[in-house]
Design a protein around this ligand. Sequence first.
Ligand SMILES: [Zn+2]
Length: 159
Amino acid sequence: MVKKRRKKSLKTKLIEACDEEVKRIVRERDMGRCQKCGEPVSKNNAHTSHVKTKKRFPYLRFDLNNVKLLCYYCHIQWWHKEISDSWDWFQREFPYRADYLYTRIKEEEEIGKMNDILNNRKSEIEWLETTLENLKKINGEALIARNKSTPLLDIIFPE
Ligand SMILES: [Zn+2]
């Protein structure tokens, strides 16, 4: 099968360039050694391995706290196979970075929740229409609300 060659988009080019920079910095920071076994690594044996996966945590892809230098063996045969053991190791070896990643993930979850709320919100016109409808009905219901000691705001601004 002949592969169709597509021109890379600007986004793809930028991602690749950032990946390359991350590689360069991490190799230097980790002094060219596998962070697990300590062996010097180079070329194909030098793997810049993500702590939290690029796929599930795209916002941590270029975060230097999320990347470490490993040799091929420690990356493929250990890091990706002994998941809980390798995460324990990371927390033990790099407690600050583990805490940081945990905090970042929590923050992103909060941002995600906020986005959901915003996306689910009615349009302003819809909101005004509903509010007007509710305000028109308020006389009778305000009495009921008073009797039930329900806060009036709940009637004006229903969920
Ligand atoms: Zn190694």
